[in-house]
Design a protein around this ligand. Sequence first.
Ligand SMILES: [Zn+2]
Length: 127
Amino acid sequence: MPTYTFRCATCGRTQDAIMSIRSYSEAPPTFVCCLAQMERFISVVPGLAVHNALASERHYDGLTATDGTPIDTRAKHRAYMRERGLTTIDDFTETWKREAQAREARIAGEDKTRASDIAQAIEQLGG
Ligand SMILES: [Zn+2]
């Protein structure tokens, strides 16, 4: 079952709630700290894209694929996915990192094609 972490925006105290996705979606728990409702806290673990349900080895305990193949470790799960040409979210960590850098460079005006596109547009408008 997933762990939902809540954090106090004032003092930073965290509170975990371990519950099923169904229970959480039907009635998310509320915790109060420092006279305010604690907010859902999603931690970002360095080296992992996002702390997701399968980010920790213990989440793989007893896991089998729909065809019965045991995928009870991260390594087995990844091998299973690779053999079948399937993908997991963490296959895109590097892609997203590259895209984020490209996006930042583009916003900062470091994209050469952007400058030439603008120059070309100005030329077309002028001519
Ligand atoms: Zn607090």
